[in-house]
Design a protein around this ligand. Structure first.
Ligand code: PLP
Ligand code: ZN
Length: 400
């Protein structure tokens, strides 16, 4: 079914489509994922209805809502924003030299309202919840998404339930509570928090803002891609290295690339190679890349200190693996100690503060370089998904 658009909106979103069975849903649907098959719902757009050029985006500033035409919120008054997005792409010549590449850029997502890229996803998901009249939102999380959701829910005047496993860092637990959300602490790992959330949600009238249940988090994260391409004067870098847990941001950045190509807005439309970085202690997607599988098999004993990528069973792996194959990217799994070393390296050589999870991407890029997968004329973008303050204790212990 195709949703007709309001006359006074700039969004050209039309409907949601299931990635697995192709069923379509109204943008107003509030139960996710796909009711027929459990697949991921992906917002669709009428690209021919985009009635601006890319200069209009260049002339706007303020937040990720710069890209509102290609975001799925039709009522602009429903948007819940704190200026998320528009983060710098920081040139890192010292690290580039160490890696032997032409240029290394860090997209510094630590500079978002709650210090991670999760704010883009939650701004989009909670704006959709707001547009649809939801009163209570809920999700399971490794920590950062929960902190972000509780902040945006507070701003929207909604109740929020966050399911974290005990190992989540104190900063995240404390701030979830500070925002007034209800914190449910669960024994075990992130899948246990997910199971507790799903069970509780069955009996409650909660609007889900969980990874790939909501169709809107990868849409919000898509704006990282728009910004990277705009910041590089509408060219594509050779590589984007991404610290991959559920893969929401990787999928989003690739979707941005595809949309810009479709709009013919890229001066250099050659695809960026999308590289998956994971911890050796939890690397289901890298293992699938290495074995040529089209889907991951769940990781038996997830144990990484990089909690954001300690995801043993990422449901979107077929989508992630398609993107890696189509873009010509690859995968690198690194030991946790290499991630810590990479975070310290970024802090000392470039002044850039990275949390341990995002440093998995920097360490992964270093491994790709050692392996010869990056060449001396490559321009490489690393996504610093979260600020160093999120791992202050871990980094402090490493340098004592
Ligand atoms: C700092 C950080 N980086 C990366 C990730 C993984 O994100 P994605 O689901 O987009 O793979 C997370 C998820 O919790 C995170 O907190
Ligand atoms: Zn389906």
């Amino acid at each position: 079914m195709t949703q007709s658009r309001d006359a006074d909106t700039s969004s050209v979103a039309t409907h949601l489509q299931c990635r697995s069975c192709g069923d379509t849903y109204d943008l107003d649907t509030t139960r996710f994922p796909c009711a027929s098959c459990g697949g991921i719902l992906d917002p669709q757009y009428d690209y021919d209805a985009v009635d601006i050029g890319r200069e209009a985006w260049e002339n706007r500033s303020g937040s990720m809502w710069t890209y509102r035409e290609l975001l799925p919120i039709r009522d602009e008054d429903a948007v819940v924003t704190m200026g998320e997005g528009q983060t710098p792409l920081v040139d890192c010549p010292g690290l580039a030299e160490e890696m032997g590449v032409e240029r290394l850029l860090i997209k510094d997502e630590g500079q978002n309202p709650t210090n991670t890229f999760k704010d883009r996803g939650q701004s989009a998901a909670i704006s959709a919840a707001n547009e649809q009249g939801a009163e209570t939102v809920a999700l399971p999380s490794a920590g950062n998404a929960g902190q972000s959701a509780s902040a945006y829910a507070a701003r929207a005047g909604m109740d929020c339930h966050v399911f974290l496993n005990h190992q989540a860092g104190d900063v995240k637990k404390d701030l979830v509570r500070a925002h007034g959300a209800e914190l449910h602490l669960v024994d075990g790992k992130i899948p246990h928090a997910g199971a507790a959330f799903n069970e509780a949600r069955d009996d409650a009238d909660w609007y889900s803002v969980a990874t790939f249940q909501t169709p809107f988090r990868h849409e919000g994260k898509k704006t990282m891609g728009f910004e990277i391409f705009e910041q590089l004067d509408w060219s594509t870098p050779d590589h984007v290295v991404y610290p991959t847990g559920g893969g929401v941001g990787l999928v989003g950045i690739w979707k941005a690339y595809e949309e810009l190509r479709r709009l013919d807005w890229l001066d250099d439309p050659s695809p960026p190679k999308m590289d998956v970085a994971q911890s050796e202690e939890t690397a289901p997607v890298v293992r699938a890349i290495e074995t040529g599988a089209t889907e991951h098999s769940p990781w038996e004993r997830p144990e990484s200190i990089a909690h954001g990528v300690e995801i043993p069973d990422p449901g979107a792996s077929p989508w992630i693996l398609d993107i890696v194959a189509e873009s010509g990217g690859s995968g690198a799994a690194v030991h946790d100690t290499r991630a810590i070393d990479a975070a310290i390296d970024a802090a000392r050589k470039e002044g850039v503060e990275m949390c341990v999870t995002s440093a998995v991407a920097l360490a992964g890029a270093m491994k790709l370089a050692e392996r010869g997968d990056l060449s001396e004329d490559d321009e490489v973008v690393i996504i610093n998904t979260g600020a160093g303050v999120k791992s202050a204790g871990q980094l402090g212990r490493a340098v004592c």
